[in-house]
Design a protein around this ligand. Structure first.
Ligand SMILES: O=C(O)CCC(=O)C(=O)O
Length: 280
């Protein structure tokens, strides 16, 4: 079931840890994003940064094409992200992933993880870790059928802190109980709680898999990359906030109204929930 209202999507994110948003990208943006990703793939390959299978996992890509900054404010995605996290957020991480069809079966790889690195170890938060961030994966290629390098998730697993891992996954393993391959037609966004256990599956189809991932977190968490809002002409105030613009260091912790234009944007769009402390 794919909820179509903001309330339904928020509920799915809360209950299942992820939600699929078909047609999140309009056809023109989808085409421009695919052109950008193809170019990044070609540049990475030319620089010797592709894998032996021709795959590319390019990190912190926002500066590499204007369409990526446009995708930060995707109308079907941003309201969901800021309704869930509140207005004091920015982009902490981005990546472009291109996976051509595998020419030969590869050894099994255990890719299951929660996002957040040390956040999963260093915050005293049992039995359930805090959400802290949300990521949106924008599928550009057709992953509407299994085997196309689909993302794997375990619905509801954002509320569990561990996932048993085989000792020698390279010898083969069955996927964890409850694992599903998400199905995503081109232009679909998969918006997921960082805590959901997830990973990529191998691309055994004939279609090159292309996805853009954008990760949002609180402004008091350091981004994995210093973005350069001033290097992007024509950004609006919300985009500038998401790329880290701020008048002062204190403003990441105790922001003035001008530090967080997303707050006004949420008000103007009727997204403020007075019962949610992150919206106050
Ligand atoms: O590529 C995928 O399907 C999963 C992406 C992922 O693991 C991540 O963004 O943390």
């Amino acid at each position: 079931m794919r909820p179509t209202t903001l309330a339904g999507r928020l509920d799915a994110l809360e209950q299942r840890g992820f939600v699929m948003i078909p047609d999140a990208l309009d056809p023109a943006t989808l085409a421009r994003a695919e052109t950008a990703v193809d170019r990044i793939h070609a540049e990475e390959s030319a620089a010797g940064r592709a894998g032996p299978d021709g795959s590319v996992h390019a990190l912190e890509v926002l500066d590499r094409d204007p369409v990526l900054a446009e995708m930060l404010v995707t109308p079907a995605v941003l309201p969901l992200v800021c309704s869930a996290l509140g207005w004091n957020i920015h982009l902490y991480h981005s990546h472009v992933d291109v996976h051509p069809p595998l020419e030969a079966p590869s050894a099994p790889v255990w890719r299951w993880h929660q996002d957040g690195g040390r956040q999963n170890l260093e915050i005293e938060s049992r039995p359930v870790r805090p959400r802290l961030s949300i990521k949106a994966g924008f599928f550009l290629s057709d992953a509407s059928r299994p085997g196309r390098g689909n993302m794997l998730v375990i619905p509801g697993s954002h509320r569990r802190n561990s996932l048993p891992r085989p000792d020698r996954p390279e010898l083969g393993f069955t996927q964890p109980e409850g694992a599903v391959e998400v199905r995503a037609a081109p232009g679909t966004a998969c918006v997921f709680d960082r805590r959901i256990w997830h990973g990529r599956s191998p691309n055994v189809s004939g279609i090159t898999r292309k996805v853009v991932f954008l990760g949002f977190t609180y402004r008091w968490i350091r981004p994995r990359h210093d973005h350069r809002p001033d290097a992007h002409p024509g950004l609006d105030p919300v985009q500038r906030q998401l790329l880290g613009a701020c008048a002062s260091r204190l403003g990441y912790w105790i922001p003035d109204e001008d530090d967080v234009p997303l707050r006004r944007w949420m008000r103007d769009h009727g997204l403020i929930d007075p019962a949610n402390p992150a919206h106050r």
